[in-house]
Design a protein around this ligand. Structure first.
Ligand code: TYC
Length: 143
């Protein structure tokens, strides 16, 4: 059921007009504005009662990647802790926990990142380890 309201607006305006290069004010020009406001929505139900549903935008969050460290028998524990603190912003306590997790379980998670950031972390950790002649291996996995 439609409901409607009619608004009647009346006001006087002064309009400036140019006549023969002179500006004149035209007064008492009466203006009526009639606005009909209703709840009729021309975009609503234009399909004549057929049930339709708007397609939901298919937006997916970009996948996250776990950056992981692998255990080996040669890399010094202190070096692994330093890596976790410097490249993964961990406190010394947290870095020690993660290092021990890798040492005892074989693998541990350094953090979760977008693909680009994860790839960069893996690259800098492996590069830094190689530069220091340690066999520490860092890699990534999609979550
Ligand atoms: N297992 C190594 C050792 O006993 C320590 C270590 C921990 C190495 C974690 C790698 O990702 C690693 N010195």
């Amino acid at each position: 059921m439609l409901s409607a309201s009619i608004n009647l607006v009346y006001f006087d305006v002064n309009i400036r007009v140019e006549i023969h290069k002179d500006w004149h004010y035209v007064r008492d020009l009466n203006i009526f504005i009639v606005a009909i406001m209703s709840d009729f929505d021309p975009y609503k139900d234009r399909d004549g009662g057929l049930a339709t549903q708007e397609a939901k935008p298919k937006l997916k969050r970009p996948p996250l990647y776990k950056v992981i460290l692998l255990n080996d028998d040669f890399t010094p524990m202190d070096f692994v802790i330093e890596i976790l603190m410097d490249f993964f912003a961990m406190s010394e306590e947290k870095a020690t926990q993660v290092m021990l997790q890798v040492h005892t379980q074989g693998v541990g998670v350094c953090g979760m990142y977008s693909k680009d950031v994860a790839e960069t972390k893996v690259y800098i950790v492996n590069d830094y380890s190689r530069e220091h002649h340690h066999p520490l291996m860092c890699s990534m996995e999609e979550v």
